[in-house]
Design a protein around this ligand. Structure first.
Ligand SMILES: C[S@@+](CC[C@H](N)C(=O)[O-])C[C@H]1O[C@@H](n2cnc3c(N)ncnc32)[C@H](O)[C@@H]1O
Length: 364
């Protein structure tokens, strides 16, 4: 997969080689991955070839902590959980998933129909705003971290670059950025045609071409700025696939054969970097703390209450189901029959009932 220099804590990954090295495990997990992809039902958010690439990357890089920024309906989270379970479960790899929305619960309900409950254990599903999240609560000193960045915008970028990354300077880590295309291989820049300028709308039709990237999400601009100030290489996962296909033609055919056209396309459409490759001391942007407006605070509170309500409803349903099974049990039915007979033969207040109660009290 590349090299991990423990003394300098420099990690260089090679996504194409990771897929090659882990191909047998990807094939073995193929049915499970396909079922998860169907359960999430949002293939445009993370297409199958990226599922295979991230699954292989995690098996190869073996992160102990994964921080997912932007869960959406749960493609990346499901992929990471499958990989974390393959690595050995929660004791080996924890997945912290951050999103302000809860679109995971319905996905998890569908996944529960075909995985055991332990499958979910590596997950720490957080419903929170990345802008005011305390990253020190999840970064673990001395552990290997993988950051998957899929939440858009300049404000998120400011928090990630200014609050999260400083905590990772001395930790082995890589930051994988979704939604960045390599303009040399993956998506050659077309003319403007009928398209207008990119004016700040994330993940919409308009895009920008900067250096060798094409992207429609603001954080790409912030990261290009950040990596230029710090002289950090910004690696194209797509480039690793182009080079692999040039150098390893037989292996490429083998990948196409065993993975099929869904799990192997030869493209990646994501980039990655690590602070370990910075030339000097790393400089970070200052985070301008934005006070939440009252409306935002109320919205957050409302979300938490809704979540609590959902949990209570579930608890109530579980209790009712338990009660129904008690009511339906043979012992319960026999006891009910006995009490009815007793009340008919020895009604409350009768001498027979008084004697019955007296004897029962002595037996107890
Ligand atoms: C493109 S989606 C993520 C897709 C997901 N990674 C997948 O594989 O399906 C981006 C997510 O980032 C979340 N997001 C954006 N800004 C955020 C913020 N400030 N705090 C928390 N979540 C945020 C959005 O709610 C959205 O669900």
């Amino acid at each position: 997969m590349g090299r991990v220099n423990e003394s300098e804590r420099v990690t260089v990954i090679n996504p194409a080689r990771a897929l090659w090295n882990q191909r047998n495990r990807v094939v073995a997990a193929g049915n499970r991955l396909s079922k998860l992809i169907d359960a999430v039902a949002r293939p445009n958010d993370l297409p199958p070839h990226q599922w295979a690439q991230f699954f292989a990357l995690i098996l190869e890089f073996r992160p102990e902590v994964i921080i997912e920024l932007g869960r959406g309906c749960g493609n990346s989270l499901s992929c990471f959980l499958e990989a974390a379970n393959q690595l050995g479960g929660r004791a080996v790899c924890q997945v912290h998933s951050l999103d302000r929305e809860d679109n995971w619960t319905p996905t998890a309900d569908r996944i529960k129909t075909f995985v055991p409950m332990e499958w979910f254990l590596p997950a720490n599903v957080l419903i929170c705003n990345i802008l005011n999240f305390d990253f020190s609560s999840i970064v673990q000193p001395g552990k290997r971290h993988l950051i998957f960045w899929d939440a858009h915008g300049f404000e998120v970028a400011e928090c990630v670059l200014g609050k999260l990354l400083p905590l990772l300077v001395d930790q082995e880590h890589i930051v994988a950025m979704h939604d960045v295309f390599d303009s040399r291989y993956e998506c050659p820049p077309p003319g403007y045609g009928s398209a207008g300028l990119w004016k700040g709308a994330n993940a919409e039709e308009q895009f920008f071409c900067l250096e060798n990237t094409i992207s429609s999400v603001a954080q790409t601009i912030s990261v290009i700025d950040f990596k230029n100030r710090n002289h950090i290489p910004f690696h194209s996962a797509g480039q690793s696939f182009v080079e692999f296909q040039r150098q390893e033609q037989e292996e490429t055919k083998e990948l196409q054969r065993v993975l099929g056209k869904d799990f192997f396309t030869g493209f990646a459409n994501w980039f990655w970097f690590t602070l370990a490759e910075a030339e000097g001391e790393v400089t970070f942007p200052k985070v301008i703390n934005k006070e939440l407006t009252l409306v935002e605070q109320l919205e957050q509170e409302c979300k938490l209450l809704k979540q609590e309500c959902k949990l209570l409803k579930q608890e109530n349903e579980d209790l009712n189901a338990g009660l129904a099974s008690v009511n339906n049990s043979t012992a319960w039915k026999l006891a009910q029959r006995f009490y009815r007979l007793r009340d008919r033969a020895a009604p409350e207040g009768s001498w027979l009932r008084t004697s019955y109660d007296w004897i029962r009290a002595r037996i107890r």
